[in-house]
Design a protein around this ligand. Structure first.
Ligand SMILES: [Zn+2]
Length: 414
């Protein structure tokens, strides 16, 4: 009886055990394979990981894109109106920007724009090209090439403003002008102290070299400001100033584009001539080699100048081109123009670079004379960029008024 009883209990325990095992198996299978199961969760985790990686990559891509835009490396596709169309629309609608009602579709002369300065760039102007070496040798002994070099580097301080439109190869291009740029301190060290021209920011040109090389050297200095929006970066020249001032020069006639009348106070040496006397006078090359002309030689005048005060420019253009170029600021921002010209006087001929200073813009300047005398001068340099013809409003935007670099009074005028 006792045995039978024990056997019965054992059978029930077995059945219970089997049932429990079945339940456990079902639970386990569900945990592994069910909707909340391990496989499902592993799959979800894998998907999430993949999504996170994709998102991280996308974030990196957009950061890189933004950085490239800031650094000016990325080619942004043109969209919307071109900047040339915006400039022409403002002009057609008679808007000079002082009280603009259509800012989204206008660009005006004098507007600041977000043209990006390149991250780096250097130009070394040799003392042989500028005449600096010859000038220094007349004053100091043992001047090396390096000591007479003037070096320019891209500065982030340089601000850009709309100058006007020029036509090149049948297409119209927006032209921008940069604020005056400074040279680095010169390596020159004589005696104890450096002379002021070695420390000041002005670019020095001397005698015949200033006429012969100003165009090439000023253009080379300014070429460091080219970026991917521009076809070229070069120095400002008299044609740029005339364009912005609405002045037209044809032969000896200097007139207003608007009404064709003569610009009051303008001077033109075009068409005048002077005869260099054999054995007494120098031509431009003879000044450097100290060789007088071997026979009488006629020199034709090419220089001209006009006072901005008698042009029809508005205050914004006046501020852009002439602020800091007169005596009230010590001629601190008077600047060179890459426009060599020949002056004719009653007693001699003179050669030199162009400049904006003292209320005038002009080509040529009397930096060396047919009588053999020469002079030097230091002025600021102004870069100009001519944009590609298809640049549009999403690639170049107007920005609010900027603070331009300051310049000391120019010691050459004191
Ligand atoms: Zn406007």
């Amino acid at each position: 009886m006792r045995l039978n009883k024990e056997k019965g209990v054992t059978l029930i325990a077995l059945v219970v055990t089997i049932v429990i095992l079945i339940i456990l198996a079902a639970v386990s299978i569900n945990m592994v394979l069910g909707d909340q199961g391990i496989f499902k969760k592993a799959q979800t985790a894998a998907n999430s990981m993949y999504e996170a990686e994709v998102n991280t990559q996308a974030s990196f891509n957009s950061i890189t894109e933004e950085m490239e835009k800031v650094l000016g490396n990325e080619e942004i596709k043109p969209e919307g109106m071109t900047v040339v169309e915006m400039f022409k629309k403002a002009k057609e609608e008679g808007c000079d920007g002082t009280n603009c009602q259509n800012r989204a579709e206008h660009l005006h002369p004098g507007d600041y724009v977000n043209y990006t300065n390149p991250s780096s760039g250097t130009y070394v102007s040799s003392g042989t090209k500028t005449g600096m070496k010859r000038a220094l040798q007349e004053e100091f002994s043992d001047i090396t090439d390096e000591q007479s070099e003037q070096v320019f580097e891209v500065s982030n301080e340089t601000k850009w403003r709309v100058l006007g439109i020029e036509e090149r190869e049948g297409e119209e291009h927006l032209v921008l002008i940069g604020s005056p740029i400074k040279k680095n301190e010169m390596a020159l060290s004589v005696e104890e102290e450096k002379p002021s021209f070695a420390i000041d920011p002005f670019y020095y040109l001397y005698s015949a070299e200033s006429y012969l090389n100003c165009e090439e050297e000023l253009d080379n200095i300014c070429s460091i400001y080219a970026n991917n929006l521009a076809d070229e970066a070069r120095s400002a020249r008299i044609e740029d100033i005339s364009l912005a001032c609405g002045v037209k020069v044809e032969g000896a006639n200097i007139t207003h584009v608007e009404d064709g009348t003569a610009v009051e106070g303008a001077q033109s040496l075009v068409g005048q001539s002077y005869t260099l006397k054999q054995g007494e006078d120098y031509n431009i090359d003879g000044i450097i080699s100290r060789t007088p002309v071997s026979e009488d030689t006629v020199v034709e005048g090419t220089a001209y100048m006009f006072p901005y005060a008698s042009t029809y420019i508005n205050d914004r253009v006046k501020d852009m081109l002439f602020a800091g170029t007169e005596s009230d600021t010590g001629f601190s921002k008077s600047y060179w123009l890459a426009s060599p010209g020949v002056y004719i006087y009653s007693s001699d001929a003179g050669w030199g670079p162009g400049a904006v200073s003292g209320g005038y813009a002009g080509s040529g300047g009397n930096f060396c004379s047919s009588n053999g005398s020469g002079s030097d001068d230091g002025l600021a340099v102004r870069p100009v960029v001519s944009l590609k013809s298809n640049i549009s409003q999403n690639q170049l935007q107007r920005i609010e008024d900027q603070t331009e670099p300051t310049f000391p009074e120019n010691p050459n005028f004191s």
